[in-house]
Design a protein. Structure first.
Length: 281
């Protein structure tokens, strides 16, 4: 019997195609399941075929090559596009600042999700705007506030909190960014747009709440928010009213020390608490 007369069975295992895709996906993107399904489908169709001659085999392989090549090209294009998006997101720089006082240093991460507040804070910090300003308003179990330019060299007992830089920053509310303990937030005056002060900020301390207390606020809380407010605490009633644009990554104990200082009527500390702010990353 000649070789050409023998029954030839073509069997392509879908797993081989999956392995090829994994090798191609060297950018770290996820394998596109839709294309894998297409590959598997083509392979199953071919597995059902029995080829009697080499000429028939050649035709089938040509058909297979057209089908698999089309799917492969689709997969590579989609994977490359996804990899570019993933790389862009992961390569977005994280910005850290350090707020130093006599009671210690607080390190804060600025959120990239609030770019206008982030960039404004970085600009002022790099210009040395905050250096020698005071934490002029401190309320224990609530927050510590600073950034008033009028607090620099302010006379003892002078009322503070009205200073600014002559512009506001549009609100950047994000439900995923909330007033958990250590949140960096923008102070503001009462205004319909809830635009933020161009320079004044506060760091939330707050307190720990029970689920029952949260329920009585009449607000909808995500599981993540409930977990934070019932463990580390915070100021939940300010959510979506003031822009949250960063969080403490180191120095939560310093936040507690500052919040515990003695204050005069008007919430200004009896002893001036000066700050310096530096961009460290």
């Amino acid at each position: 019997m000649h070789d050409a007369d023998r029954m030839v069975a073509v069997k392509i295992k879908p797993m081989y195609i999956i392995l090829m895709c994994l090798l191609i996906d060297d950018e770290g993107a996820y394998v596109n399941t839709l294309n894998l399904f297409c590959f598997s489908y083509h392979c199953k169709q071919i597995n059902r075929m029995q080829i009697n001659t080499y000429s028939q085999t050649s035709k089938v392989f040509k058909k297979m090559n057209r089908l698999t090549l089309t799917s492969l090209l689709m997969f590579v294009c989609l994977s490359f596009s996804f990899a570019q998006t993933t790389t862009k997101k992961s390569s977005e720089k994280e910005h850290l600042v350090a707020i130093t006082t006599d009671l210690g240093t607080i390190k804060i991460k600025l959120y990239n999700e609030t770019p206008q507040h982030r960039d404004n804070f970085l600009k002022l910090a790099n210009e040395g705007f905050y250096d020698s300003l005071l934490f002029h308003r401190i309320i224990k179990s609530f927050m510590i506030q600073g950034g008033d330019p009028q607090s620099k060299n302010a006379a003892a007992g002078k009322a503070l909190g009205g200073g600014d830089v002559g512009y506001t920053v549009p609100a950047e509310f994000n439900p995923a960014l909330f007033h958990k303990k250590g949140a960096l937030c923008a102070a503001r005056t009462e205004n319909p747009a809830k635009a933020s002060s161009g320079c004044q900020f506060y760091i939330a301390q707050g307190k720990v709440y029970t689920n029952e207390e949260l329920d009585r606020m009449g607000k909808a809380f995500t599981p993540e928010q409930r977990k934070a407010y019932t463990t580390v605490g915070g100021v939940p009633f300010l959510d979506m009213g003031y822009t949250v644009y960063g969080e403490v990554t180191e120095g939560m104990d310093v936040l507690d020390k500052i919040a515990a200082v003695q204050t005069a009527p008007g919430d200004r500390p009896l002893k001036d608490l000066m700050m310096t702010v530096k961009v460290i990353q």
